[in-house]
Design a protein around this ligand. Structure first.
Ligand SMILES: [Fe+2]
Length: 274
């Protein structure tokens, strides 16, 4: 059991449990604990160390309070809709995010003025058991570690141009090197956004143009890379429970979503912390 708190009077006790293949679950022993009583520097450190933390047993933060709390972590990225994105199914969605379809792996902020350091999620309504809708996270440093030295060398030379129409809150055209470096930990990371696949809901697709490939066809390279992202040793699937708070390192990880059943509820809120 560990305690994380700015002062001993407000100490909150947790059971901590490693998640597989990475991540840390911190479960408060008292239900409806207050996340605001926890030390943010310690939580930040744990997020960098484990790439992702799940806090369970805490009260959800009201939408009016959520941005204020997240501001204590860092400056928030503001979008057209503000700072809190409600991830729910829309009646007439313009983008696959707001459907029950899968969300391919990507990193957030690729098209924004700055890339968020942390993704802060809270779950207001979890999908019913067996309905899908897990959030997926890929540990890109591990993908690199498990590649051969020759593959790593070849990947270093690759740049990818991504294009998508701005139908939701993001869009445009950017070029990013496939291999980059984590600004805090210094670890090598992959920056990659996966195109929609044949099972996806084809709304607002992303188009890729690959340069710097030493050999082989772009399609072969993409298929091989994408298969590695989903390997069980690289990919954590989070099955949401109502009230879960999940904080993810947006530099170390890519994230996506499994599709879910049309009649299943799913409501997440997400804030980008720079
Ligand atoms: Fe995202």
């Amino acid at each position: 059991m560990i305690a994380i708190s700015p002062n001993p009077q407000t100490s909150i006790k947790f059971n901590s449990q490693p998640l597989s293949p990475f991540g840390l679950l911190l479960e408060a022993t008292e239900p409806q604990s207050d996340i605001r009583k926890l030390s943010i520097p310690q939580l930040r450190q744990l997020t960098w160390e484990h790439s992702l933390i799940v806090l369970r047993g805490f009260s959800s933060l009201q939408e009016e309070v959520l941005p204020d709390y997240c501001t204590n972590w860092g400056t928030l990225l503001t979008w057209d809709f503000g700072t809190v994105l409600n991830l729910i199914v829309h009646d007439n969605p313009q983008n696959y995010l707001f459907t029950t379809g899968n969300v391919p792996f990507h990193w957030d902020g690729a098209f924004a003025k700055a890339v968020p350091s942390f993704l802060f999620f809270q779950c207001l309504q979890a999908p019913s058991a067996g309905s899908g809708g897990e959030s997926l996270f890929c540990h890109t440093t591990r993908v690199l570690q498990n590649a051969t030295p020759e593959e790593r060398q070849a990947w270093q030379k690759i740049n990818i141009t991504y294009k998508t129409q701005k139908l939701a809150h993001y869009g445009g055209k950017i070029t990013a090197p496939l291999v980059s470096q984590h600004p805090i930990t210094g670890n090598p990371i992959l920056r990659f956004a996966e195109p929609l696949n044949e099972d996806s809901v084809h709304l607002n697709p992303l188009f890729l143009e690959i340069s710097g490939l030493a050999s082989g066809k772009p399609d072969q390279f993409l298929n091989d890379l994408i298969a590695r992202l989903y390997l069980p040793q690289h990919c954590f699937a989070h099955q949401w429970q109502e009230g879960d708070i999940l904080i993810a390192d947006n530099h170390a990880l890519l994230h996506g979503r499994n599709p879910f059943l049309a009649n299943s509820p799913r409501h997440l809120q997400r804030v980008h912390i720079l």
